[in-house]
Design a protein around this ligand. Structure first.
Ligand code: ZN
Length: 144
């Protein structure tokens, strides 16, 4: 049970002190109507690297802490690596990869319990779907 308490503590911490959260009024939100969660994600690239990930939104603690954890995990990664991590996370939550995979994803490991809570899956994956969209968008070519 000690692990569960640790995970709960991590979730609480991200919920109370969200990382990389700032107002993103100009962006369209990705929504999870079944819970009322709403998340916006802004991804800034520098070449092939994810320079920063910001999120904004409101919703339950799972959706908000998942967004915070995602932003922290992907910041500084290459676009290719970030895409792989997003796919890995979504596969674990869908039950296609063992939950142990999350142990390689920093604080995201605290969301392990969501695998056994089908009703919370949409909450946990909302921000990841939003960032997936942002990652698949082609970067604007810089004019030389
Ligand atoms: Zn939710």
């Amino acid at each position: 049970m000690a692990f569960d308490e640790l995970y709960q503590e991590i979730i609480r911490d991200h919920y109370k002190h969200p990382r990389n959260k700032k107002p993103l009024a100009h962006l369209k939100a990705v929504e999870n109507p079944s819970c009322g969660d709403s998340v916006k994600v802004q991804l800034d690239r520098e070449g092939e690297r994810v320079q920063s990930v910001y999120f904004d939104g409101s919703g339950c603690s799972i959706s908000m802490c998942s967004a915070s954890m995602m932003s922290e995990l992907l910041t500084g990664k290459t676009v290719v690596e970030a895409r792989r991590l997003v796919q890995e996370f979504l596969a674990v939550i869908r039950g296609e990869l063992p939950p142990e995979k999350l142990e390689e994803l920093g604080d995201v490991v605290a969301l392990k319990g969501v695998v056994d809570l089908p009703v919370r899956v949409k909450c946990a994956t909302l921000a990841w779907h939003a960032v997936e969209q942002a990652l698949s968008r082609e970067p604007v070519e810089e004019k030389k």
